[in-house]
Design a protein around this ligand. Sequence first.
Ligand SMILES: *Cc1c(COP(=O)(O)O)cnc(C)c1O
Length: 455
Amino acid sequence: MITQLSNADLAQRDRNVLWHPCTQMKDHEAWPPIPIKRAEGVWLEDHDGHRYLDAISSWWVNLFGHANPRINQAIADQLGTLEQVMLSGFTHEPVVRLSERLVEITPTGLDRCFFADNGSCAVEIAMKMSFHYWLNCGKPGKKRFVNLANAYHGETLGALSVCDVPLYKKTYGPLLLDVITAPSPDCYHREAGQSWEDFSRQQFVEMEKILADQNEEICAVIVEPLVQGAGFMRMYHPIYLKLLREACDKYDVHLIADEIATGFGRTGTLFACEQANISPDFMCLSKGITGGYLPLSTVLTRENIYQAFYDDFTNLTGFLHSHSYTGNPLACQAAHATLDIFEQDNVIENNKKLAAIMGQATASFVDHPNIAEVRQTGMILAIEIVKNKQTKEPFPWQERRGRKAFRYAMDQGVLLRPMGDVIYFMPPYVINEEEIKLMAKVALESIDHALKDKR
Ligand SMILES: *Cc1c(COP(=O)(O)O)cnc(C)c1O
């Protein structure tokens, strides 16, 4: 007889042996992790039969729903043929064709793909390549990175160095690279009445100054184009990217676009860089690249950068970096199925309707006395909860109001998982109008619940 596992059974066993990511494990005394049994479309289902609308695409990875038949089939087909082979000294059709397709769909000039298996590693690779390029060009002095305030680029030490979210970074400060941090173009901080464009332009002044003064020691600037994801879904105007591209060209500094979160349609275009009509020197992709199925990442770069490493082995200019599962064939096939869906289903166009519905469903939220801003870029919408709407003073972080909202929303069947006191939607693209309305309704109720003792 098959025993039915309950949420409680699995949570108990979990507590004995697991250590979860991004979690103070003591929090689980009061609220154990939720064991998910199956998922389909935008819905997750736990072992007790409760369903949750996955409003954040399972940490921003899922694009076309869970158990998507087309992606399932592509992986199953590949599974019978080749599950894995090392990519050093070997190659395979799925990775060759995926590289061809990525070169085709990304901004012009990005003609080479280097694969890894997660986002942080893609960032590490872009950083190492940039430094190494300048070294190979006889400029070893160019070894510092410029990042933006409030940036997030991953958790490994190099990637963490170019982050600027204190909660994740501060503890490890003594271990990290010394980076130069420019003010963020994040438009949440603009003056009342000031446009996004004007504010983002104004914030660029300091970046230009850094590049003008210190370019001889700088190898690259790294940014998340248009949306600073883990930095509370803060958003900015494309003009900043345009100005940055011009300045990077002028001062001989690489531009690294970390599109790990923004890529594959999240911001309303296939890649966020398109909205500024720019092409970076390195583009990092992961998360949605496999539709949220399997770990895969890639760094795209330019032919001239590739050529600076290309020489006789004995000159020791090669890029000798690797990860075991680099370019895994199953993951590549999931990526092919994902790109097929983009091609066949007119996804970017259809998402415009979904984005408009998300906007309409939350349009009245700005009247709420504790909501300072509702901002949206494409399929990402964020709601900023504050103590004082006029001054934008936040609630003391220790009150963990976002977490209260999270818990309440889960009880209503919607997975929101706010960051601090910012509630956001970043749903799979298979969400429908009714589900968007549910997501918005529950978000508002959960905000009111989290503020109950404060009004
Ligand atoms: C998630 C993320 C990363 C890190 O990717 P992992 O696969 O979690 O290592 C890097 N940059 C951005 C912008 C991200 O959102």
